[in-house]
Design a protein. Structure first.
Lengths: 204, 247
């Protein structure tokens, strides 16, 4: 149960385009679809997105959960719009949702997590001026990825302990979880300092 | 830091005092610490510079570790199968609980940082949201606003929670629950519902009516988060949450 069991994207035409370009395009298209209600614009964005998704040769196992999620949202929205308004309004809604969904799915299908992470961290680099060090952000991200499986294991252990005492596993498992976590974070901080992560003063 | 902590530890012995050496009998303490650790840098008022630098690094490393661990808590709470709150039949995904807890336990800055780390992981297509979802396609989906709304939400929770911690114990629980309600429900919905309405093209009123279906669960989570945060604060002391310990 780790986060990084993701399969790599299959090589495709869209995979050769840089991740920053793709992210900027998706955000721009998203803003365009949010402000525009012209059905021609929405339909063309959706068509471009569909073509891009086909060109990206997606691994459906990776996108599965999200596609189902979008499907449910689309179904509910279409039904509600048709019932409360009329078919034309429902069609516009459906087109807008398709136009928002398909390009984003195409980017996800054609870009690996490492590439996207790199892009986000590089985009944060200008924030160094306000005191946000990219290295520290990267450390936080790496520690998070590392600790998720450990925490999931903690949750199971704590639940077993509750069951062993005849309690029904409940949300209250979070209290011992957090206390453990905070204890753990002190040890971790000492380990980070012991490895001289922040001590760059002697280098220069 | 010079005040005795919750354990009642009092720096009476110079060699135990370490970073706590800032008491009235200054001369004696300074002499004691200087004898054990030769200062590597020009000396400040009370401690050798070496100590202070390591302490500053430790504070920073703790902040990063706390941020990372709470980001991991938010992710982990989404990965474990839904939990049943107080015997209710409806399972509650605990992820927003994690967000409110991050604010109520870590405060505004660190809480916001841990939510930001989660959002970075979402953009990187890692399956960090409940149901193994992730990717930029979540942000453009109808519920994307609730996800981005976590950022201002956790900030507000943290701001209010830090003030709530100054209150006496009974009022403190109420204050923390209030912080979670204000941030986790009011602020989050204030961004999430309009976003939902824009993405689906529905009227704001119709969308708000749909959002009401999620309200009971979120109210319950806010209460749970507030109570749990109060319990955590009685067991672990986080120095940065108490204004007196700053500086």
């Amino acid at each position: 149960m780790t986060l990084l069991t993701d399969v790599a994207p299959r090589p495709s035409a869209l995979g050769t385009v840089g991740a920053p370009t793709k992210l900027v395009v998706v955000v721009a298209l998203g803003v365009l679809c949010a402000v525009s209600s012209s059905r021609v614009v929405l339909a063309s964005v959706a068509a471009v997105g569909a073509l891009a998704l086909v060109a990206a040769r997606p691994v459906w196992r990776r996108l599965g959960g999200l596609v189902v999620w979008w499907g449910v949202a689309l179904g509910v929205t279409l039904a509600l719009q048709w019932l409360t308004r009329d078919l034309a309004v429902a069609a516009t809604s459906g087109l807008r949702m398709a136009a928002l969904c398909l390009p984003a799915l195409a980017v996800m299908a054609s870009t690996g997590p490492e590439e996207l992470l790199d892009t986000v961290l590089r985009a944060l680099r200008p924030l160094r001026r306000v005191g946000l060090d990219t290295g520290t952000v990267a450390l936080a991200v790496a520690l998070t990825v590392r600790f998720v499986p450990e925490l999931v294991r903690h949750v199971h252990t704590l639940r077993d302990a509750q069951r062993a005492r005849g309690l029904r596993p409940s949300v209250l498992v979070t209290i011992p979880l957090l206390v453990r976590c905070l204890d753990r974070s002190r040890t971790l901080a000492e380990a980070v300092v012991a490895r001289s992560f922040f001590d760059r003063s002697d280098d220069g | 830091m010079a005040e005795p902590g919750p354990t009642g530890f009092r720096p009476s012995e110079p060699h135990l005092a370490g970073g706590l050496a800032r008491r009235s009998d200054k001369g004696r303490l300074e002499a004691g610490t200087a004898a054990t650790t030769p200062p590597a840098r020009p000396r400040g008022d009370a401690q050798p510079g070496q100590h202070r630098r390591v302490n500053a690094e430790l504070v920073r490393a703790r902040a990063v570790a706390e941020v990372a661990l709470f980001a991991a808590v938010i992710v982990a709470l989404g990965m474990v199968p839904s939990v049943y709150a107080f015997g209710l039949a409806v399972p509650v995904t605990a992820q927003t609980l994690g967000v409110m807890l991050a604010g109520a336990v870590l405060g505004a800055k660190r809480g916001t940082a841990s939510v930001a780390v989660v959002i970075v992981l979402v953009v990187a297509s890692l399956p960090v949201l409940s149901g193994g979802r992730g990717g930029i396609g979540v942000l453009t989906s109808p519920t994307g606003g609730f996800l981005l709304g976590w950022l201002p939400a956790v900030f507000v929770v943290g701001l209010v929670a830090r003030r709530a911690l100054r209150l006496p114990p009974r009022a403190r629980v109420c204050g923390l629950v209030g912080a979670c309600l204000l941030g986790g429900v009011v602020v989050d919905y204030a961004l999430g519902v309009p976003w939902w309405s824009v993405v689906t093209g529905q009227d704001l009123a119709l969308t708000a009516a749909q959002a009401v279906a999620f309200l009971p669960g979120d109210l319950l989570k806010a209460v749970l988060a507030g109570v749990a945060a109060a319990a955590v604060h009685t067991q672990v002391r986080l120095d940065h949450m108490y204004p007196a310990s700053h500086g």
